[in-house]
Design a binder for this molecule. Structure first.
Ligand SMILES: *[C@@H]1O[C@H](CO)[C@@H](O)[C@H](O)[C@H]1NC(C)=O
Ligand SMILES: *[C@@H]1O[C@H](CO)[C@@H](O)[C@H](O)[C@H]1NC(C)=O
Ligand SMILES: *[C@@H]1O[C@H](CO)[C@@H](O)[C@H](O)[C@H]1NC(C)=O
Ligand SMILES: *[C@@H]1O[C@H](CO)[C@@H](O)[C@H](O)[C@H]1NC(C)=O
Ligand SMILES: *[C@@H]1O[C@H](CO)[C@@H](O)[C@H](O)[C@H]1NC(C)=O
Ligand SMILES: *[C@@H]1O[C@H](CO)[C@@H](O)[C@H](O)[C@H]1NC(C)=O
Ligand SMILES: *[C@@H]1O[C@H](CO)[C@@H](O)[C@H](O)[C@H]1NC(C)=O
Ligand SMILES: *[C@@H]1O[C@H](CO)[C@@H](O)[C@H](O)[C@H]1NC(C)=O
Length: 841
C-alpha cells in the first residue's frame, strides 16, 4: 500500500537519495515531478505498507526502523541506483479517486460510515454491550478506495473484524496472601476476593468487581509486613512480578500476560529514599481506557503542581510542599503541543481534538507564568502552527489569543496526501527548536520548564523512532536516566493516546516516568480528551487567587455525583449566628462582606465579634475582629428624610488563618499584584487599567452567588454591571425605594461607590435575594475570578415566597459597593498581607 495514488512500485534493490543509498527489496516510491531535482522528489517511500519520510536526509542521523528491521543510514553501502538509471516515471496519470466499499461486515455487530465511503470516510464497528470490536473499532478510507488495514498485536493482517466479549484480566499473583477465584480472565459482574497470611496486613481492596468496561473497582490488594526498606509495590491484575526482597537498590520487574499492554514502568528500583523509581505499573487490555475523571485528577496532581510551584507567589513563600522541588528562577515555561493530523483523523475528530487543545491552552494561560508555545500539526511531516523560535511568530507564541487564532485557522487537510503518522518528525522539530532556544541563551534555557504534550491516535508510524529523539531532547537538558524521570525537573512529556488503535507500548516508552505521577493516558475518544482538559480546571493543589473548578455538571454520568465541581471556593456564609449574609475570602486571614450584616450587634461603631460566624464549605473559621467601614451610617441621609442609606456598606472580618485547599481559596481583588499577574498585565499597570480590563463594556457580564435554601443549593447567577452611559438609567430605579417624600438627589442616594446591575433590554438578569448581601459581585477573566463589588441592596425582593429571582420584573436593580472606590481603606487593612498596586492614598 502506498500513500500516493500516482505511485510507482519497483522490486529493485537501491535508491539514491542525495548522497545516500537505501536498499530494500520491495518498495513503492512517490512520483517525482522532476527527476533531476532531488528536492522536488516527493517525500515518501513505502515498504510493505510502512511509509518513510525522506525529504531531508540530514535530519536522519540515526536509524530508521521498520517492523524490527533497522536501516543504518550512516553506513549505507553504495549500490546501483535505479533512479540514476533514468527510468521515466513522468507518464503515470492520476487515477480518479475510488470509493471504499460500504458493505463491510463485523461478526456479531453493525458497521456505520461517516461519508458514504468516499476518501477520508470513517468506518465504525459497533458491538453489543459487554462486547468490543476486534481488532480495531474504526478504519479510514484512503484515496485508493481501500479501508485502512487491520492488524493484530503481532502485526499480522486480518480481513474481517469480529465482536469479542469484554473481560477483566484477573489477579495472578498476591505475595503472602490468597485470592479467589484464580482465573486469568473474569466476566463483568464477577469479582475476586483477597486475604493476607497472618503477620501481613492488607492494604487496597479485599474484594474487587469486574466492570462492564473491563476494569476493576477498588484498588490493588497488597499484603505487607513492612519488613523491607520499600513497601511491597504490589502486582496489578494481569501482571506477574519477579521474586525478591524490597531492600534499597533491589529491582522488581513486571510483565503482563498475553494480550495486555504494560503501561508505566516495567522495572522499578527501591531507591535510597525508600520509594520505588518510575511510575506505577498497569496491564491494560486493548479495549480498556482511562476514565476522564481519573485522567483529570492525575493531571491535576502533575501539571498543575508544576504550574503552581512555578508561580511567583509560590516562589516568594515557598512554604507549601507539593510533589516537586523548586528549580526555576522565574515562572517560565515552553509548551510544545503535538497534534496528530494523520489520515486516520477525520475532520470531526480533528475539530474535537483542536477544541480540547484550545481549552488546554486557555487553561495553561490562567496560571501566572510566562508561556511560550510551539504548536505542531503532524502527519507524515511536522508543520508549525505556531513557532516558538522564528521571529515571524514573535508576537504569536506568547500571546494565547494569537495562538488560538492560528489554531482555529489551521486546516486539517493542509497535510494533503501526506497522511502518515510521523511522531519522529514532530519530536525532531521540538528538539531542533529546543536546541535553538538553548543556543540563544543557556542561562534562560536552564531556568525554563519544558512541557511536551503529545496527542495521537497512534494509528500507524512513519519515520524513525521517537525514542531516539527523546533521548536527544533529554541530553540537551543534561538528563541521562532512562528508568526514572523524576529528576528530569525541567521536562515533562505527557502523552494522550486516543482510540483503540494506539500503540500503547510505544506511547508508554515516550511518556515521562515520574514517581507518584502519570504522564500517559489512553482515552476512548476525542470527546473525552475535551472533557479531561475541561475538568483539569479543578487544580486541587493550587493556592492562587481566583482559581475555581468549572461546572462539569453536563457530564454528570461520566464524572459521577461525587466528583462535583467546586465552583466558588472563596465563598463563605457569615453574619450573626444564623449566617444571614455571605462573604468572600480575600486572603487567608480576611473575609470581605457588607457592613449592614452586623447592624444588629453594632454598638457605638463596634461589632461584638463573639456573635459573628464564618463558614466555608462545611468548616468554620474563628472570628477575631470585625471592621466596618467608618463612614457606613444607615441614617447618614436622615437629615434629607432618607430612612436607610447604604453608602460604604463594606466590612472586613479577620479570621484565624484558613487552610487553603480546592474548596477554600481567595478571590482576586483588583488593583493588587496577584490580580495583576492573574490578568497577565505589565508589572507597572495601574488601577485604572485594571478597572478598564475588568469592566471593559458599558454592560459587563458579572456573577453573584445566590444563597438558596440550604448551603448546597447555593448557585452562581448571572447579571450585568451597567457603567458609563448605561448607569443613569440603571440607578434611576432606585428612586422607587424612597417611598416617602425626601430631599435627597439620586446621586446623593446612589453615589459613584455603587455599581448598578440588573434588567436591560438585552439581557434578563437574575437579581439578588435577601440573604445574598455581603457576597462577591465577581467576573471571569482568563479563567480567573475577580471581585469587583460587594452585594449590598436591591430594589425588589422577588425571592419570597417563590424563587423567581431568575426572571425578575424589568425594573429590578441591585446595588453593590464598588471595590475600585474603596481601595485606600482595603489597602489600609489588607496591605500587610496582600500587595496592592501603587496608588495615591
Ligand atoms: C528544485 O525544486 C525546488 C522545489 O520544487 C525548487 O525550489 C528549486 O529551485 C529546484 N532546483 C533546481 C536546481 O531546479
Ligand atoms: C535538513 O536538516 C538539517 C539538520 O536538521 C538542517 O540544518 C537543514 O537546514 C535541513 N535542510 C532542509 C532543506 O530543510
Ligand atoms: C463515490 O461516492 C460518491 C458519493 O456517494 C459518488 O458521488 C461518486 O460517484 C462515487 N465514486 C465512485 C468512483 O464510485
Ligand atoms: C444493529 O443495528 C440495528 C438497527 O440499526 C440495531 O437495532 C441493533 O441494535 C444493532 N446491533 C448492534 C450489535 O449494534
Ligand atoms: C463489589 O461488589 C460487592 C457486592 O455487590 C460490594 O459489596 C463491594 O463493595 C464491591 N467492591 C468494590 C471494591 O466496589
Ligand atoms: C492527492 O491525491 C489526489 C488523487 O487522489 C490528487 O488529485 C491530488 O493532487 C493529491 N494532492 C497532493 C497535495 O498531492
Ligand atoms: C539570558 O537570560 C537571562 C535570564 O532570563 C537574562 O538575565 C540574560 O540577560 C539573558 N542573556 C542574554 C544575553 O540575553
Ligand atoms: C512600564 O514599564 C516599562 C519599562 O519598565 C515601560 O516601557 C512601560 O511604558 C511602562 N508602562 C506603563 C503603563 O507605565
Amino acid at each position: 500500500m502506498c500513500l500516493y495514488v500516482s505511485h510507482v512500485c519497483i522490486s529493485v534493490m537501491c535508491l539514491y537519495f542525495s548522497h545516500m543509498y537505501i536498499c530494500i527489496s520491495e518498495m513503492c516510491v512517490g512520483r517525482s515531478t522532476n527527476k533531476e531535482n532531488m528536492s522536488a522528489f516527493q517525500e515518501y517511500v513505502c515498504i510493505s505498507g510502512m511509509c518513510l519520510y525522506f525529504r531531508n536526509m540530514s535530519a536522519f542521523q540515526e536509524y530508521v526502523c521498520i517492523s524490527g528491521i533497522c536501516l543504518d543510514f550512516s553506513h549505507m553501502s553504495a549500490c546501483i541506483s535505479v533512479w540514476m538509471q533514468g527510468e521515466d516515471y513522468g507518464d503515470y496519470e492520476d487515477e480518479p479517486p475510488q470509493n471504499c466499499s460500504i458493505a463491510e461486515k463485523i461478526r456479531g455487530g453493525n458497521v456505520s460510515y461517516s461519508q458514504a465511503g468516499t476518501e477520508g470516510s470513517v468506518l465504525t464497528y459497533h458491538c453489543e454491550a459487554g462486547h468490543y470490536p476486534y481488532p480495531i473499532s474504526q478504519r479510514v478510507c484512503s484515496a485508493d478506495g481501500e479501508w485502512s488495514s487491520m492488524r493484530l498485536a503481532d502485526g499480522r493482517r486480518v480481513s474481517r473484524a469480529s465482536c469479542k466479549e469484554i473481560m477483566c484480566p484477573g489477579q495472578l499473583q498476591l505475595d503472602h496472601g490468597e485470592f479467589w477465584p484464580r482465573e486469568q480472565w473474569l466476566k463483568p459482574g464477577e469479582s475476586q476476593s483477597f486475604s493476607c497470611h497472618s503477620g501481613f496486613s492488607l492494604s487496597g481492596s479485599a474484594q474487587r468487581n469486574c466492570t462492564s468496561l473491563g476494569d476493576w473497582t477498588g484498588t490493588i490488594p497488597v499484603c505487607d509486613s513492612q519488613a523491607d526498606d520499600c513497601k511491597n509495590p504490589g502486582v496489578p491484575p494481569g501482571a506477574l512480578r519477579s521474586e525478591g526482597r524490597f531492600r534499597k537498590g533491589e529491582k522488581v520487574q513486571y510483565r503482563c500476560q498475553m494480550g495486555l499492554d504494560l503501561l508505566g514502568s516495567a522495572e522499578r528500583v527501591c531507591l535510597e529514599s525508600r520509594e520505588w523509581s518510575g511510575s506505577e505499573t498497569r496491564c491494560q487490555t486493548q479495549y480498556a481506557f482511562d476514565s476522564p475523571s481519573a485522567v483529570a485528577e492525575a493531571m491535576g496532581g502533575s501539571l498543575s503542581g508544576v504550574m503552581d510551584v512555578l508561580s511567583p507567589e509560590f516562589i516568594k513563600k515557598n512554604k507549601v510542599t507539593f510533589g516537586r522541588t523548586l528549580r526555576v528562577a522565574d515562572g517560565r515555561m515552553n509548551v510544545f503541543i503535538l497534534m496528530d493530523t494523520s489520515g486516520s483523523i477525520s475532520k470531526t475528530h480533528f475539530n474535537l481534538a483542536r477544541g480540547a487543545i484550545a481549552d488546554l491552552i486557555r487553561k495553561l494561560d490562567s496560571y501566572e507564568i510566562e508561556l511560550n508555545f510551539q504548536v505542531i500539526s503532524y502527519a507524515s511531516q511536522a508543520k508549525d502552527i505556531v513557532d516558538i523560535v522564528s521571529s515571524k511568530d514573535e508576537h504569536v507564541r506568547s500571546n494565547v489569543k494569537s495562538v488560538l487564532k492560528r489554531l482555529a485557522a489551521f486546516d486539517h487537510r493542509s497535510h494533503g496526501n501526506k497522511t502518515g503518522t510521523n511522531l519522529y518528525a514532530a519530536l525532531y522539530r521540538v528538539y531542533e527548536r529546543m536546541a535553538i532556544l538553548r543556543e540563544r541563551n543557556k542561562t534562560r534555557f536552564s531556568e525554563t520548564q519544558n512541557v511536551i504534550l503529545i496527542e495521537t491516535d497512534g494509528y500507524s508510524n512513519t519515520g524513525g523512532s521517537p525514542l531516539a529523539v527523546l533521548a536527544k531532547i533529554r541530553s540537551l537538558l543534561g538528563y541521562t536516566s532512562a528508568l526514572d524521570h523524576t529528576e528530569d525537573k525541567l521536562l515533562d512529556v505527557y502523552v494522550f493516546g486516543v482510540g483503540d488503535s494506539v500503540n500503547k507500548n510505544e506511547l508508554n516508552l515516550i511518556a515521562s516516568r515520574k514517581r507518584h505521577e502519570k504522564h500517559l493516558f489512553i482515552l476512548k475518544d476525542y470527546k473525552q480528551l475535551g472533557e479531561v482538559f475541561n475538568s483539569m480546571i479543578s487544580d486541587k493543589s493550587v493556592t492562587m487567587c481566583g482559581v475555581a473548578q468549572e461546572d462539569v455538571s453536563e457530564n454528570q454520568e461520566v464524572f459521577g455525583p461525587t466528583k462535583k465541581a467546586y465552583t466558588r471556593p472563596w465563598h463563605v456564609n457569615t453574619g450573626v449566628k444564623s449566617e444571614t449574609c455571605q462573604g468572600s475570602i480575600v486572603t487567608q486571614n480576611w473575609i470581605l462582606t457588607a457592613a449592614h450584616c452586623f447592624s444588629a450587634i453594632r454598638f457605638e461603631g463596634k461589632v461584638d465579634q463573639e456573635k459573628v460566624t464564618v463558614k466555608h464549605g462545611n468548616k468554620a473559621a474563628k472570628v477575631l475582629l470585625v471592621i466596618s467601614h467608618p463612614q457606613y451610617k444607615v441614617d447618614g441621609l436622615s437629615h434629607k428624610k432618607v430612612k436607610e442609606f447604604y453608602d460604604y456598606d463594606i466590612a472586613l472580618v479577620k479570621v484565624e488563618t484558613i487552610k487553603l485547599s480546592w474548596t477554600a481559596r481567595p478571590i482576586c481583588l483588583p488593583c493588587t499584584k496577584p490580580a495583576n499577574r492573574a490578568m497577565k498585565m505589565s508589572p507597572n499597570s495601574t488601577c485604572e487599567q485594571h478597572e478598564k480590563a475588568l469592566l471593559p463594556m458599558e454592560e459587563t457580564r458579572a456573577y453573584f452567588i445566590n444563597k438558596g435554601a440550604t448551603v448546597k443549593d447555593a448557585k452562581r447567577k448571572q447579571t450585568h454591571i451597567h457603567t458609563g452611559s448605561k448607569r443613569p438609567d440603571c440607578i434611576k430605579q432606585a428612586e422607587n425605594t424612597l417611598l416617602t417624600p425626601h430631599d435627597a438627589t439620586l446621586n446623593e442616594y446612589v453615589p459613584d461607590r455603587f455599581l448598578c446591575s440588573g434588567g436591560s433590554a438585552d439581557h434578563i438578569d437574575a437579581v439578588t435575594c435577601k440573604g445574598d448581601s455581603g457576597g462577591a459581585l465577581f467576573l471571569l477573566n482568563r479563567l480567573r475570578y475577580f471581585q469587583v463589588g460587594v452585594v449590598s441592596w436591591g430594589t425588589k425582593n422577588v425571592c419570597e415566597p417563590q424563587d423567581s429571582s431568575d426572571r425578575p420584573p424589568p425594573d429590578a436593580r441591585d446595588f453593590h459597593i464598588s471595590v475600585f472606590h474603596l481601595l485606600p481603606w482595603l489597602k489600609q487593612h489588607l496591605g500587610t498581607e496582600l500587595e496592592f498596586l501603587p496608588m495615591d492614598d
